[in-house]
Ligand binder design. Sequence first.
Ligand SMILES: CC(C)(COP(=O)(O)OP(=O)(O)OC[C@H]1O[C@@H](n2cnc3c(N)ncnc32)[C@H](O)[C@@H]1OP(=O)(O)O)[C@@H](O)C(=O)NCCC(=O)NCCS
Length: 165
Amino acid sequence: MLIRPWQTGDEHLVAAAERHLSARSIDRRFCVGSGGRLPTFYLRHLEGGPRPEWDAQVAVDDGGRLCGWAEYGRRPACSPAADLAVLVADPWQRTGLATALVRALVPRMAAAGVRTVQADVTGANAASKGLIRALAGPGLRPTYQDGMVHYAFDLAVVPFAPLTV
Ligand SMILES: CC(C)(COP(=O)(O)OP(=O)(O)OC[C@H]1O[C@@H](n2cnc3c(N)ncnc32)[C@H](O)[C@@H]1OP(=O)(O)O)[C@@H](O)C(=O)NCCC(=O)NCCS
């Protein structure tokens, strides 16, 4: 499994990965009823590629298939707080992939000036809660905002992989 920064053209790998994504996984990522399709607005957003407001880390298998990706987004582009989101295709879930993706993304977020990580998940999303616990430690307490479970933690608490570009 190759874990690397997002490259121009990876939006095509995301579109191709849709067939390995259950509707439940897409619903949970976007907190909507997706009908099993990645949202069109999201695919358009990816076409913009890496920029100060957004960047991602991807996992690609030996066959060139995208198995998962972790991304952060922030507004304004110089904000020290960024939202983190991860989507791992169903066949590769619970293999440590999300953890590896985020740990690889962390040094790049730090280099881009991010200091605080935020994540909003639905209350029923046990996998996301497990991931955040694995990243930020068991002591982190969420707050509740607009019906979502909201996490915010210091980027520095996340164990990270060495920076690769
Ligand atoms: C959430 C998600 C990214 C986790 O990906 P993953 O590759 O399966 O996660 P990992 O294998 O790295 O596991 C990370 C931790 O979460 C725990 N975990 C993963 N799935 C879990 C589940 N279904 N229930 C409980 N804990 C779970 C793991 O045990 C691990 O904890 P540990 O290190 O203490 O053992 C994946 O389930 C997914 O893509 N879900 C749909 C999209 C989504 O909800 N994204 C997050 C919101 S933006």
